[in-house]
Design a protein. Sequence first.
Length: 290
Amino acid sequence: MGLLKAASRCRTGITSAREMACCAADYAEISASADTAHFTRLYWSAFWAGPTFMRDDPRIQPTYSSTGHASWLLAVTDTTDLDAALRGAREIGATGIKIYSDLPPRLMTTIATSANNAGMRVWSHPVVFPTRPSVVAASGVHVISHAALFVWEGAAELPDTYNGSHPFNPFGPPAPYESVSPDAPEVTAVLEIIRERGMILDATIATISGSVGEEASVWAVELTRRAHEMGIPISTGTDGPSLFDETEMLVESVGLTPLEVIASATSVGAAVIGVADDFGSVEVGKVADL
């Protein structure tokens, strides 16, 4: 996204936004030059994945090639100095680490633990190929994005990489939506881990139909409905600018009440970023971020 386009989206009335994938330096520049009284408050991530993802993903590769091994766009291996990388991420202004893909279970968990110890938020997809959702959920992640990707917990085997011989899709390899039910015991067990740990589901259901397909969309809606019934907080992340599409689907398709979806877009959103002590609700002592 170009700087001008990104800046224009920050004048749409949304008070805070979490940017999840690369370009931290650009967002730092936008944020530093913004009139915060009239401009979206920006929080961004350091984007970390395995070397194969950085090499192969067509969205990331050009930026990765030009930046080298910047702490905010980092190929992580067993030899990476995580403490130094986390310091670098904080220096560029990152609020959290986005753990993306192509990381084995042990390394994925080590990253999450190290980021927690550094006082940073930890954000991830349900699946970090080849790491299953059950491992991701137990690793120390605070927020999991994309309800549709929980389907991988029921797969017999997981691909090693996000980008393989299959045609490119922004949500990764073809997933087993036909053979794995949203109420499968193994999927429910992952939701139970999320509930017990007080994690937040960033469902992003509005984008799934166009990005993946209708079957995945139906699956994601049902998974989100089950999460809501279990008492898991749901945020209104969109994977794009369509906030009102997301809130409408959460009410009409998932079953949140209008008051619940307002909370999802405000107090839960503040908790996603880790700023709920100061933002997200109208209370004495908090910023009137209206």
